[in-house]
Write a protein that binds this ligand. Structure first.
Ligand code: ADP
Ligand code: MG
Length: 393
């Protein structure tokens, strides 16, 4: 980690002859609460100890100078001319500038050299980390006086509008607002949030990346959203106060959806159960009962696989490999589905052997090696090092 910071610092001093402000912006996991966000439900993410580090400074002119160290690419532009271009990674940064400008805030020219250890596109939200890091850094450099939740919204809008990805707010929220040894209980309807301690003494988060790309994800995602909406419409015929599945109960589904449309019923039942599971899981965490929480993660996976039907053979295989293992407290697929990672809570001493055995089995069955990441909860976006105004010589 320190080598990443040192590297940024060195590159920054070589290129700009000054010492940068350095920001750390972490990735995130979501422990439980999947496909609940667009149903106005709850999610339970945490920021992790994998992050993007950004060295930044304000310029005297209107230029934007960006260097993506990990991609070995750079970009030069102007704050007076924020435009789409075909260097995809720049959109996450320029999108934030665009949103700040739309909010009527004055952003001057700036330099930004960044690099990190969040795997790109693995579902740990490297994109949200990049947006949040940029928003936080620009807020510092130009004394914009935005609070963190406002920056979260700006980062999300940047991804929605400038990158063109219709993500919810969880990823940016977790990256910005995370706390070490806590998960964030976020109400996606009101954006009310609270921190729940997670007693992870002797336990780490292990992510097995199925290395399956989510080719079905976006079309199936849209279908799931429609099915949830259909369920709500059926319920509203009798209970007009139900606005989204957040307001629905199992009894309402049994009464009004079950016989009408068995597929819509299964989809909606998963969502209603998942919201309840999350709230009960938070009770487990407050009691320090991670084992009971972990069992709920397995139940979530089951629901996602059998009722919501967004898993795939590779993800199911990765869960079957760890189910019943005495040192795996809980596991489930994480993210939209049809690929990506599983998230596992594993006793530390068992991790090396578990990685060996799961990788071997996965390779034998699927013909590819899973990538593996081990993570802990960590604080949200923060300043690693204030800028030293005196030029380094
Ligand atoms: P995820 O957010 O799950 O990691 P996304 O596809 O949403 O996956 O975002 C990944 C994109 O974010 C990358 O393709 C790249 O454009 C940008 N990105 C993330 N991290 C970096 C990095 N360290 N350097 C350059 N670009 C990055
Ligand atoms: Mg992303």
């Amino acid at each position: 980690m320190h080598s990443i910071i040192n590297n940024i610092q060195q590159k920054f001093e070589e290129k700009f002859q000054e010492r940068p402000l350095i920001i750390r912006a972490p990735g995130r996991v979501n422990l439980i609460g999947e496909h609940t966000d667009y149903n106005d439900g709850f999610v339970l993410p945490a920021a992790i100890n994998k992050a993007i580090y950004l060295g930044m400074s304000a310029r005297q002119d209107d230029r934007i100078e960006l260097v993506a160290v990990d991609l070995n690419e750079s970009y030069t532009g102007s704050v007076n001319n924020i435009e789409q271009n075909n260097q995809h990674w720049t959109l996450y940064i320029l999108g934030v500038v665009d949103q700040l400008q739309k909010a009527g805030l004055k952003v001057g020219g700036f330099n930004c050299i960044f690099s990190g250890d969040i795997p790109l596109g693995a579902g740990l939200s490297s994109s949200a980390a990049l947006e949040c890091g940029v928003a936080f850094g620009l807020n510092e450099l130009f004394s914009l006086e935005l609070d963190k939740v406002h920056m979260v919204k700006i980062a999300q809008c940047a991804e929605n509008e400038f990158v063109g990805v219709q993500c919810g707010i969880m990823d940016q929220f977790a990256s910005m607002m995370g706390k070490k040894n806590f998960v964030i209980q976020l109400d996606c309807r009101s954006l009310d949030y609270s921190y729940n301690p997670i007693e992870m003494e002797g336990v780490d988060i292990v992510l097995f990346d199925s290395c399956v790309s989510h080719s079905l994800a976006s079309s199936e995602y849209n279908t799931r959203r429609q099915q949830c909406e259909q369920g709500v419409q059926l319920i509203r015929q009798k209970y007009p106060e139900v606005k989204t599945l957040r307001d629905a109960t199992q009894e309402m589904l049994d009464e009004l959806v079950k016989d009408q449309d068995p597929v819509v019923y299964r989809r909606c039942r998963y969502v209603v159960q998942e919201n309840r599971r999350l709230l009960e899981g938070c009770e487990d965490l407050r009691r320090g009962d991670v084992a009971s929480f972990g069992q709920k993660m397995f139940a979530t996976h089951d629901g996602l696989s059998k009722n919501y039907e967004v898993s795939c053979p590779e993800l199911d295989f990765l869960i079957d490999c760890v189910k019943g293992h005495p040192d795996v407290l809980g596991a489930r697929m994480m993210g939209g589905g049809f690929g990506g990672c599983t998230i596992n809570l594993v006793r530390k001493e068992a991790i090396p052997e578990l990685i060996r055995s799961v990788s071997q089995k996965y390779e034998a069955a699927m013909g590819k090696t899973p990538k593996v990441y081990v993570a802990e909860t960590e604080a949200g976006v923060s300043v690693v090092q204030q800028q030293e105004t005196a030029a380094a010589d």
